[in-house]
Design a protein. Structure first.
Length: 127
């Protein structure tokens, strides 16, 4: 495994643990300033809208797994396909399970760190 692949796998692990800990600052630090997210039923959105939505989930418990199916590094760009499963539990409520595939593009920035640049997230609610 190359250093770049290891760094990207570490980024994904950090993203998952920081998300579950509701650590907004860490999650935002893992994405490029010009990041674009695409999810079903919504226009593409950037870092600011992500931050607002993430902070709105502060009172919810989040658990999840990310299974990397493919990871390719192409110079200062990389892409990965993953399968995510998330369970979000509102305070005093029942968990809502979502799962599905993602396609993520990462960019190695001037500071040498990999950051999320584009993300197409196809998670859907599971019964």
């Amino acid at each position: 495994m190359s250093d770049d692949e290891r760094a990207i796998r570490d980024l994904i692990a950090t993203w998952m643990s920081a998300s579950q800990a509701a650590d907004t600052a860490t999650v935002l630090g893992l994405m490029a300033d010009d990041v674009v997210f695409m999810v079903p039923g919504r226009e593409p959105f950037g870092k600011d809208a992500f931050a607002v939505a993430f902070q709105g989930m502060a009172n919810m418990r989040m658990e999840g797994t990310s299974d990397i199916h493919e990871l390719q590094v192409l110079g200062n760009w990389a892409y990965l396909r993953t399968y995510l499963h998330m369970a979000v539990t509102p305070s005093g409520g029942n968990p809502i399970h979502r799962s599905g595939h993602t396609l993520t593009i990462l960019r190695k920035e001037a500071d040498g760190k990999w950051r999320l640049a584009r993300d197409a997230n196809l998670l859907t609610v599971q019964a």
